[in-house]
Design a protein. Structure first.
Lengths: 295, 86
């Protein structure tokens, strides 16, 4: 696996910086931080970080922009990524955002069922906002997160989720997360996991995605079809400085088909929905690793 | 025990889609994980956890226990024989 493909799974900065940022965000408008990041942080990051090349190739080869526009969009993309990280900390600091939810009924229908279901996310927009926003009462939502995340982020997530039905399952070397996933689904709960990045198991399934073959992790689709569970995808996209739109989309597959075919259909449904959302919001793709096989 | 081992081989082969492996070639003492054995990985463990629940009514919840159980088909069979509920 190349350096670009390795990912620490953590938010940038140290614990002290995060605490300072949260404190400042209680008093200072987020736009001040947006501006600071856009002018002083992102230009430096673009030079030092290999993600800029990956991002440029995404705009140039997959979205089809020219060289100049791809360079500019790479900068815009990183600025937006900076903004969604700031927004996350702004929420920790108690700031509110305007949230619009599309197709919330689809989520409510599954929540009222006895069986558990799988909620798939992607590295687009700001998924964490969904956790703080979607009012899910009847079921416990178990979100798969990277165990290596910074202590300040985990502490604030714990605090934000203290009075909610949300539980975090950390991916660990001892594979205890697999037992937790299985228990949660057997108990009729929700398990939320990203389905656009290969980590842990190296098994994958290929689909055409934005005009080229891309590798999707087999794990999430395998987990969902093991018990023939319902699946939906939730993408949270930034629509303005202070607002987000949450897209809830049920994913379909033939539960009577063979297991292999179920996985193929479900992953294809996921890839199609993700492509639709990425084409709608091309600058909010934050999957900074070599996603396409031949790029 | 021999019947249970054969059943498990078939169930594991089907659940994990191990098309290239015949039941005869499936050594019950071979390690299931790592390069020296069948080469299963983390997502396959989850498949095996579900398989034990669906086929034998066994619900595993202790990861430490899981490591010992999933060493080979034989260790799974021994655990199933001692703990099966159906």
């Amino acid at each position: 696996m190349s350096d670009e493909q390795k990912w620490a799974g953590t938010t940038y900065g140290n614990d002290w910086m995060h605490r300072w940022l949260i404190r400042m965000l209680r008093y200072v408008d987020t736009r001040v931080f947006y501006l600071f990041v856009a002018v002083f942080v992102i230009p430096v990051c673009l030079f030092l970080n290999p993600s800029s090349g990956i991002c440029y190739r995404y705009f140039h080869r997959r979205i089809g922009y020219g060289r100049l526009k791809s360079s500019w969009m790479t900068y815009v993309n990183h600025c937006l990524f900076g903004q969604v990280v700031i927004d996350k900390f702004a929420m920790y600091a108690g700031k509110k955002f305007d949230i619009e939810i599309e197709n919330f009924d689809a989520l409510l229908r599954l929540v009222t069922k006895k069986e558990g279901f799988v909620q798939m996310s992607a590295h687009v927009g700001n998924y964490e906002i969904a956790g703080y926003t979607l009012p899910i009462q009847n079921k416990r939502l178990n979100a798969l997160v990277f165990a290596g995340e910074k202590a300040s982020v985990m502490r604030n997530r714990d605090r934000m989720f203290a009075d909610t039905n949300i539980h975090m399952i950390a991916i660990r070397q001892d594979m205890s997360h697999l037992f937790e996933i299985e228990r949660a689904l057997a108990d009729g709960d929700i398990v939320s996991m990203p389905a656009d990045r290969i980590f842990g198991s190296q098994k994958f399934i290929e689909h055409d995605f934005l005009g080229a073959k891309a590798r999707f992790p087999l794990g999430p689709f395998s987990v969902a079809t093991m018990r023939e569970l319902d699946v939906l995808t939730v993408n949270v996209m930034k629509t303005s400085l202070r607002s987000y739109k949450i897209y809830v989309t049920p994913l379909h597959y033939d539960k009577t088909a063979t297991r292999k075919e179920q996985i193929r259909q479900l992953s294809l449904s996921y890839a199609s929905e993700l492509e639709k959302r990425v084409r709608q919001y091309p600058t909010q793709w934050y999957n900074y690793f070599e996603f396409w096989k031949n790029d | 025990m021999e019947q249970l081992i054969n059943d498990l081989k078939l169930q594991i082969k089907e659940a994990l889609n191990l098309e290239e492996l015949t039941v005869e070639d499936f050594d019950e003492n071979a390690p299931l994980f790592g390069e020296d054995g069948i080469g299963l990985d983390s997502i396959d463990i989850l498949e095996l956890i579900v398989l034990l629940e669906k086929q034998y009514g066994i619900r595993l919840s202790n990861p430490k226990e899981g490591k010992a159980i999933f060493q080979s088909v034989k260790t799974i069979a021994e655990y199933v024989q001692a703990n099966r509920k159906k």
